[in-house]
Design a protein around this ligand. Structure first.
Ligand code: F6R
Length: 614
């Protein structure tokens, strides 16, 4: 939540920063702002409520000449979205400007103390406290900006990725991180910083991921220096970015969400590549293979995640229990951390997170490790916090997901969980070689099968017109497709703002059935599987109460076709692989309903992609 970006070099800082903010807008779009140190040493700060384009409008007639600056796109936590609460925040005397992603938990205490010393505050944010504190220390201790930042960070409790610039010093940016992501890009005679590498990937592929408790000293014509809070210099570990610029653009699609839905054949291919080999006979997940003993001896697996990732985790439970015969529990990371978890060395905790930065999931990882569990991370963002804090793991390799509503990451997560379950089952002997080969063969065909499902696009677009103005939706599914129903409902509500509830189909008769009438459409995920006969009864129960039904069925289905109002046919696959196929029509349905309603699907209201606050 919130994106920060910084630039120091010989180019036009404003252009780099604005472009960078657009790339980070998925992290929040309540307001945006920029601080530039002009060549004459003047500190120019411009801010605007709303999206980055509002900031650009404001800056049109302003002096934006500078070769150093910092910028911010906000997801509001402390204080409503407004010009005043927008970052950068500056010190009382206008000497320092600071951008911040995270939360300063003891800001009230610090604010009271600073106010007693005569400091005046202009915003409701926790961030303003930090910049005022740095300036206060700088003046009173007569020290450098670096020393003042270090001293201030000793006093704050909370999460932060920050960048600070100083008036009259166009040659320095000081940045630091604690529990919020920060990556430095090292170019030729220019240095970048950002919440992720997307703002600078076209300028350099050399990146340094800061660790918690580290401060980066970025100085003109000097190599990057990284220090810890005790002032000891850290070794600089330069990584090569794998991200490409085309992954960050819409590539001719009207939105990132639609591009990402249509990318799924490719992203699944990337996700499978090198893991399902020898025509499907073998599945290699190195993070499992390298910790064989842990997976052989595990008594229980606990999967922690949030949102869409939690839905993928539920599918993971069905997969692992079916294939590996290990008990699996799935926990909301936000609840797990406060549920007095009981874990030990025979437990494996899987942390599932697209961004790799979700604060609750990261906190769960830390708790699990402190209790001696083996922690395995599944993430998309290379170099993010969860992969760095876990004992082992696997990337889903679906490329940057920019649309706020998760689509390709969901199918990538389910695919990785399937392969992990197969790799563990192979180790423990709970699947035979023939069973693995049978599934492996279909996995290799999944990209083509998904391509086939995407041909439903036009039909779904037409169908969406009938349902655009429904006020409520019910999504039903059973077994592997119960989490798909939950995910379908979440997709609809987050981008179209239509209320939708996902339910295990059989639970309907224990309450939700009371809601059914002609105004309440039900989306029923009912491929031909071992629960098919049972879900046919659920379909009939809805129909008997006058509800209209959109059903996702297996190609050639003749029973539900005669009951439902609309059917969307998908190819037949083994039951455990069906969520990857059945979730795609639901992504498209919510997409088109939201578009028909004129909503911004890439940046739905109140949401942000990377939830780095509790
Ligand atoms: C919904 C969505 C969110 C995320 C959730 C967890 O479309 O994207 O529900 O799934 O915020 O995010 P990650 O997976 O990054 O931990």
């Amino acid at each position: 939540m919130c994106g920060i970006v910084g630039y120091l070099g010989n180019g036009n800082a404003y252009d780099v920063l604005i472009k960078g903010l657009h790339r980070l807008e998925y992290r929040g779009y309540d307001s945006a702002g920029i601080a530039l140190v002009a060549p004459d040493g003047k500190l120019n700060v411009f801010k605007a409520k709303g999206k980055v384009e509002n900031l650009e409008t404001i800056c049109n007639d302003k002096d934006t000449d500078a070769s150093v600056g910092i910028a911010h796109t906000r997801w509001a936590t402390h204080g409503e979205p407004s010009d005043c609460n927008a970052h950068p925040h500056y010190s009382e005397d206008g000497n320092l400007a600071l951008v911040h992603n995270g939360t300063i938990e003891n800001y009230k205490l610090l604010k009271d103390a600073l106010e007693e010393h005569g400091c005046k505050f202009h915003s409701e944010t926790d961030t303003e406290v930090l910049v005022q504190l740095i300036e206060y220390i700088k003046i009173n201790n007569k020290c450098s900006l670096l020393e003042a930042v270090r001293e201030a960070l000793h006093q704050v409790v909370g999460a932060y990725a920050i960048a600070v610039v100083e008036k009259n010093d166009p040659d320095t940016i000081i940045a630091a991180r604690q529990s919020s992501p920060l990556v430095i890009g090292i170019g030729d005679d220019e240095t970048f910083l950002a919440s992720d590498a997307s703002p600078f990937v076209e300028y350099t592929k050399d990146a340094v991921y800061l660790n918690d408790g580290e401060i980066a000293v970025i100085k003109r014509n000097e190599p990057l220096k990284v220090l810890n809070l005790e002032n000891r210099e850290s070794k600089i570990d330069v990584k090569t970015l794998e991200m490409s610029i085309s992954q960050l653009e819409k590539g001719g699609y009207p939105s990132f969400m639609l591009k990402e839905i249509f990318e799924q054949p490719t992203t699944l291919r990337e996700c499978i590549r090198g893991r399902v080999v020898e025509n499907g006979k073998r599945v290699i997940i190195s993070g499992v293979r390298d910790h064989k003993e842990k997976f052989l001896n595990a008594k229980r697996i606990v999967i922690v995640a949030c949102g869409t990732s939690w839905h993928a985790a539920l599918i993971g439970k069905y997969l692992i229990q079916e294939m590996c015969h290990i008990a699996v529990e799935v926990e909301y990371a936000s609840e797990f951390r406060y549920s007095n978890p009981v874990l030990g060395k025979d437990d494996i905790v899987i942390a599932l997170s697209q961004s790799g930065e979700t604060a609750d999931t990261l906190a769960a990882v830390k708790i699990a490790r402190s209790m001696g569990a083996f922690v395995f991370g599944i993430s998309n963002a290379v170099g993010s916090s969860i992969p760095r804090e876990t004992d082992s793991g696997a990337y889903i390799h679906v490329g940057p997901e920019i649309g706020v509503a998760s689509t390709k990451a969901f199918t990538g997560q389910v695919m990785v969980l399937t392969m992990i379950a197969m790799a563990i089952a192979d180790l423990r002997g709970t699947l035979t070689a023939d069973e693995i080969a049978g599934l492996g063969k279909v996995i290799l065909e999944m990209p083509e099968l998904v391509e086939h499902v995407l041909k439903l696009n036009d039909k779904i677009e037409r169908l969406s017109l009938i349902y655009t103005y429904a006020r409520n939706f019910l999504y039903l599914g059973r077994g592997y497709n119960y989490p798909v129903a939950l995910e379908g409902a979440l997709k609809l509500k987050e981008i179209s703002y239509i209320h939708a509830e996902g339910y295990p189909a059989a639970e309907m008769k224990h309450g939700p059935i009371a809601l059914i009438d002609a105004e309440m459409p039900s989306v029923i995920v009912a491929p031909r599987d071992h629960l098919y006969e049972k879900i046919v009864s659920n379909v009939q129960q809805v129909k008997a109460r006058g509800g209209s039904i959109i059903a996702i069925v297996t190609e050639g289905d003749s029973v539900i076709r005669n009951i439902a109002d609309h059917v969307l046919e998908v190819p037949e696959v083994p039951e455990c692989l069906s969520p990857i196929i059945t979730s795609i029509p639901l992504q498209l349905l919510s997409y088109y309903i939201a578009i028909n309603k004129g909503k911004d699907v890439d940046m739905p209201r109140n949401l942000a992609k990377s939830v780095t606050v509790e």
